[in-house]
Design a protein around this ligand. Sequence first.
Ligand code: IMP
Length: 198
Amino acid sequence: MVNKSHNIYFITGNKNKFDEVSNIFLNKDINYELYQKELQTVEIQANNIKDVALFKLNSVKEKIEGSFFIEDAGFFVDIPLNGFPGVYSSYVMKTIGNEGILNLINDFKNTKAHFSAVIALYFQPLDEIITFEGEVKGKVSETIRGEHGFGFDPIFIPDKLSNNTFAELSMSEKNKISHRSIALNKFIKFLKKNPVKK
Ligand code: IMP
């Protein structure tokens, strides 16, 4: 029988997300192999992205063997939209998009926004579900700017950069500060503490 204990499956249909994640996995000294797998997941409407992520993870557990994870993210405009779109990010992106978000904002001098990411992992060696979270704070850009990235990247300016949107950064620049990379680096730390047993 083939030993697949060193495989970890990222359940996603989003190629951008997979590319960001594999770019961070690369060159990290871990003896697990990352694979993308597309499976139909169940997305519930909940108050926070962690609950959404955990439900999604549980919705595929009968369809896959070994260790696997999903990642769920949200874009929150704290000022002036009180956190909207948050858990509705996917739906809002499909309906009104970045232009629609900008149309909801009057005073761009005072915006505050953040991205949150939750990785929910089923880790077979311990038969446990573990979550890792990351957040990046910033503000909303006055205009849609940049060609890289995906989703809300062209309207988000992280605090750590003076005026560039996420979409104006290369993938590796975004990966140095993004919500996803913060969650993923915690995940990688966990894998280093729990290496594949030969
Ligand atoms: P989900 O995690 O795929 O459910 O993402 C929810 C929504 O947020 C989707 O419309 C994504 O395009 C968007 N989104 C997720 N992560 C990012 C990101 O890193 N940058 C910009 N938009 C994102």
